[in-house]
Structures are given as C-alpha cells and as structure tokens.
Design a protein around this ligand. Structure first.
Ligand code: F6R
Ligand code: MG
Ligand code: MG
Length: 373
C-alpha cells in the first residue's frame, strides 16, 4: 500500500467516577460506539478505546494524515458527548479538559492531548503507545533518553550498525515556546542539560539520524497556559516505533523496569514515582496516584491495527507483566517515603512549578501581611 498511515492518540479527561481516578464504563462505551461508526463510514480503519486513570484515550489508525480536521472533530465530538453523559451522571470533574466550546478545525489548544505519527509502513511496523495519568509530557523525557540515546539501556546503539548513526531529538521549551534539535550521541550531554528539567524542556519528536525516519512523538499540551489558570497536569501520551534498525520492543520497555520520579500526582503539585501498570490497574487511587502509565503494543498493517480472524485489533497490554513488578514495588516504596515529608520540598514541587497550581491563591492572602524585616 503506497498511502501513508497515521496513528492518532487523542485523550481527554471528560469526567471520572469517585474523584479523579478512573473513566467509568458508560464513557468508554461512547468512545467505542462512535469510533465503530467512524470505521463503518470509512473515516478510520481501526481503533482502540481505553483509559489512563481519569483520561479517556482514543487510539485511531487512518489515512487522513496528522492534524486532520475530520479526525480531530471526531475525537472532539466524542469528548463533548462523553462530558455531557458525565454531567448527567454527576460524575466528578465532568468536561474537565474541554476548555473551549466551538471546534475550530484542530483539537490542539482546546484542552485534549494529542500525539500523531504519519508513517510509511515498513515491511513490519511494531508500535508502542504509552498513556499516563497524573503527570505531564516531560515525564517521557527520561525514558526517551534511555531508549534512543543511552547505550546502557539500548544494546542496539552499540551492536546494531543501523543505529550507530544515532538519533535526533526535537526539544521544546514549553515556557518560552521555542524548539531546538539535538543530535545524539554527539550532543548527549547538551540533551541531558536541557531535558533534565522536564517541567520546561520536553522531547516532542525523535528521528533516526541517518535517514530521518520518525521514531517517537509525544503530546505537548500545556493546559494551564491555554486556560490561564490551573486545571491539572497535562496527562501525556506518546507513540514509539520499534525494531529493525530502531530500539527493540524490549529496549523500549526496559526503562520501565524501575520506577522514576515525575511531576504531577496529587493536585499536580508533587514529585511522584511513576508506576507502570496493566489496563486493569489503570486507576489513580493512593494520594490520587501514584502517577501511572500503561503501554499498548500492536502491529500496523495496511493502514490499520493488525487484527485477528474476527476483525478484533490485536493489542498487547505490555505492562500487565510480572517483569514490571519490581518497578511497581519501588513505586509504592518511594510513594510512602515521599508522603512522610507532607508538604515539604522535595515532596512538593519547587516554588516555580507551584506557580502553575492553585497555591498562589493561598499565598496571595499572606502577601499583604509581610513587612520589611
Ligand atoms: C491532579 C488531579 C487531582 C486533583 C485533586 C483535587 O491532576 O486531577 O489530584 O487535583 O483530586 O481535585 P478537586 O480540586 O477537583 O477537588
Ligand atoms: Mg480529572
Ligand atoms: Mg488525568
């Protein structure tokens, strides 16, 4: 097939059962029903609806390209309908991420998070889609570095000549709205210098250096900057391509064998340990977390997710695996350790990061009581 294939993962917090912890079934069913219709009409070729904590996630494969108004409109309508249902059911935070009312042709900047990747299908194209809750796009910086730049993680960087040319990273400065391309291995130290500050610098794309093959995309929404006030963190999604001259599936997943710290968790105001989980545990409970991530593996075949004989897309729930038990255990250990600190840094985010939360409103009241010391 000559046509290009697009993988779109578009997500939105439309409302949750009992607080901000999980998307309930009636909302997932709206996604399921509407995407089934869109497939019948021929707009999309296949889909998978799931949740990352309180975020409704729509995975769609189609041939309409990135930033396609019809695809974005489809997602937007589903989020609107789900938010309405959530409101009727009096679910919590109904329509939380829907910041604008009228659709303007592209869902970016309207609240929902988006990662899209248009590809020329290789002979066989294994894909991993990641989705996290109670954290932000910078949460992918560390694993992206490990996967595409760290020879201690990705053996292929050392062993496979197809990878020895390295990878290029597009890094966004989300505060000043600027970008820079950094090439590894040559500029690895510079890359770390930037993306070690995940609240400001975010890896948005990764390409293979020798031929520009697109390998990874992440969502980069900043809700607070769009809305002008604190809404929550921008629970991120990412698409990563694997194998045959790219990191193997196992190299893509290896960074998650240990927990690591991300910004987010309760009230988007704390450092928290990331916990890789299977879909059945994709719910943020303890202190609204800990921040959780799911990973879905599939093959792209002729513009669709490769499906079984009944036409069902074959999806592997990659973190539903005892190989990640240690990371989960570490996440619980780190979580209780941090919680012992209460609202003292470093459990709570730095003062600069807290400016994007509701803490400022609290401090405002004290400001006029300060006198020169
Ligand atoms: C974080 C998040 C939750 C809420 C918290 C308070 O992204 O969604 O941790 O911030 O549950 O929520 P409200 O203010 O709605 O009671
Ligand atoms: Mg919520
Ligand atoms: Mg969320």
């Amino acid at each position: 097939m000559a046509e290009k294939t697009t993988i779109s993962i578009i997500k939105c917090d439309v409302g949750s059962l009992a607080g901000h912890h999980v998307v309930p079934k009636p909302l997932l069913e709206i996604g399921e029903k509407r995407l089934k219709e869109a497939k019948k009409q021929g707009l999309i070729n296949s889909y998978y609806v799931f949740n990352a904590g309180d975020d409704l996630e729509l995975l769609m494969l189609h041939q309409e390209g990135e930033d396609n108004p019809e695809i974005h409109k489809l997602a937007w309508n589903i989020f609107q309908e789900s938010a309405k249902k959530a409101t009727n059911l009096k679910l919590y935070g109904a329509g939380q991420d829907i910041l604008k009312t009228a659709f303007s042709g592209n869902i970016r900047g309207m609240g929902p998070g988006v990662a899209e990747m248009e590809i020329d299908e290789r002979k066989s194209d294994p894909i991993v889609v990641f989705a996290a809750d109670k954290t932000e796009p910078g949460a992918f910086n560390y694993p992206m570095f490990r996967i595409f730049a760290d020879p201690a993680n990705t053996a292929g960087l050392v062993i496979d000549p197809n990878m020895s040319g390295g990878f290029k990273f597009n890094v966004l400065d989300v505060i000043e709205n600027k970008k820079v391309v950094v090439k590894c291995p040559e500029e690895m130290y510079e890359l770390i210098a930037l993306i070690g500050t995940p609240g400001r610098y975010v890896v948005s794309h990764v390409w293979r250096a020798r031929d520009g093959l697109i390998c990874a995309k992440t969502s980069t929404t900043r809700l607070s900057l769009i809305a002008g006030k604190y809404i929550g963190k921008d629970d991120p999604v990412s698409i990563v391509r694997a194998q045959h001259g790219l990191p193997a599936l196992g190299e893509v997943l290896a960074p998650f064998m240990h927990s690591y710290f991300v910004e987010g968790w309760m009230r988007g105001s704390h450092w928290g340990p990331l916990m890789p989980v299977g879909l059945k545990n994709s719910k943020c409970t303890a202190f609204d977390g800990p921040p959780r991530m799911v990973a879905l593996g599939f093959q792209v075949a002729n513009g669709a997710i490769a499906s079984d004989d009944d036409g069902k897309p074959m999806i592997s729930d990659l973190f539903d695996d005892p190989a990640f038990n240690l990371a989960r255990r570490e996440a619980v250990d780190y979580a209780v350790t941090l919680r012992r600190m209460g609202e003292f840094e470093p459990a709570r985010l730095s003062a600069e990061a807290m400016e994007y939360t509701t803490l400022d409103k609290v401090l405002e009241r004290l400001k006029r009581r300060f006198t020169p010391a």
